[in-house]
Design a protein around this ligand. Structure first.
Ligand code: AMP
Length: 355
């Protein structure tokens, strides 16, 4: 167990790191962050913050020398940076990053464990793309194998003719058949070092332009009926990775069952509702897991929950939300620039307590 006053290092400087650090502070820890220079909003909750490149081995060593355990809030931390840190300090283990950073790897990993993915093939040229379209059909989505998040690095292709207008981006991609889903959901779980797993309820997730916009509970009958199958796969993934901390798997709920989309080896936007809505939040349980503390309950505390992201300039007037009925819980991330499509905060509304 990590003693009170110990230091947790967080790789990445975004809102997830900020909320992780807030939970760590509550449990008596101190956090130090590390990310390349930028609008690192996690720094507000850290006692110190290294703004250095991922390739700066000296800075990484200096960072590690001040930490008792190191985790991440961002799944695209280069593996070379993680490899430069003392491996026994890391939680989760970097294998989870290795799998999740590569869309082909993660799909293969999940398929081997019995999960179902959308039809997909690797694409490395314009010719490959045409062949992939012939094989899988349209509509489909071209996605970069690496570095994609929030709908970035993705191109929708409605027809073969459409593909002529899409230039191969010069990096390995996959072409994936469009899934006819009814709704989307994620399984968010926490796993402790001794193998104990706890799972939060799955919200119904709505995306806008590839980015999560809205999560609600109850999630509806379809998700309820597919949740257990998805949970089984998520637990198998966590066990196979000997995972410690919070792990997220995203699924499409289709008429034919859950289809795995992608995983995030970290806390997740679709779990922000757990701060007010669950017995223990995803952020607190991640800290508990990596610190070797007992895990907290994951039960939902309210009959209904609604979490909405605050994006771009909406944030400039977001304090108005506080005057609304029903005591909305507003979280603003303190980002300096309210750019279009940038996640600036979120608001969670809860109904009456569950009886
Ligand atoms: P991703 O970055 O892969 O999570 O994609 C972001 C969002 O784009 C997903 O949550 C879906 O809303 C949509 N999307 C991605 N892949 C597919 C697909 N194969 N079929 C239908 N929608 C998709």
């Amino acid at each position: 167990m990590l003693a009170p006053g110990s230091t947790i290092g967080i790789l990445g400087g975004g809102q997830l790191g900020r909320m992780l650090a807030q939970s760590a502070i509550q449990l008596g820890y101190r956090c130090i962050g590390y990310a390349p220079p930028g609008d690192n909003v996690a720094s507000a909750a850290c006692v110190d913050f290294f703004e250095n490149g991922w390739g700066d081995k000296d800075a990484l060593a200096a960072f590690a020398s001040r930490c008792d355990v190191v985790t991440w809030e961002f799944e695209n931390v280069p593996l070379s940076a993680v490899a430069a840190l003392p491996q026994n300090m890391l939680a989760p283990q970097p294998k989870a990053l290795e799998v999740a950073q590569d869309r082909l790897n993660e799909k293969q990993f999940v398929e081997q464990l019995g999960g179902t993915c959308a039809p997909h093939v690797r694409v490395e040229s314009d010719e490959d793309l045409m062949r992939a379209i012939d094989r899988i059909g349209t509509p489909g989505i071209l996605k970069t194998v690496r570095d994609g998040y929030d709908g970035k690095g993705q191109w929708r292709i409605a027809s073969r003719r459409d593909a002529a207008g899409v230039r191969f981006p010069g990096r390995p991609c996959i072409f994936e058949g469009m899934v006819e889903f009814e709704t989307e959901f994620s399984v968010i779980l926490v796993r402790a070092a001794d193998g104990e797993v706890r799972i939060w309820d799955s919200t119904a997730n709505e995306h806008d332009g590839g980015m999560l916009a809205h999560s609600v509970l109850p999630a509806g009958e379809l998700i309820e009926s597919q949740k257990d199958q998805a949970r089984k796969i998520a637990v198998q993934v966590a066990n196979a990775l000997q995972y410690v901390g919070v792990l997220t798997l995203e699924f499409f709920a289709t008429k034919g069952g859950p289809i795995f989309n992608e995983m995030a080896p970290r806390v997740h936007n679709s779990g922000h509702w757990t701060i007010e809505g669950a017995a223990t939040s995803q952020f607190e349980n991640h800290i508990r897991a990596i610190a070797g503390l007992p895990l907290g309950g994951t039960e939902t505390r309210f009959a209904s929950i609604d979490m909405r992201n605050i994006v771009g300039e909406e944030a400039l007037t977001a304090h108005r939300i506080l005057a609304e009925e029903g005591e909305p819980h507003l979280h603003l991330y303190g980002k300096k620039e309210a750019r279009d499509g940038r996640k600036m905060g979120h608001v969670t509304r809860v109904s009456h307590k569950r009886p």
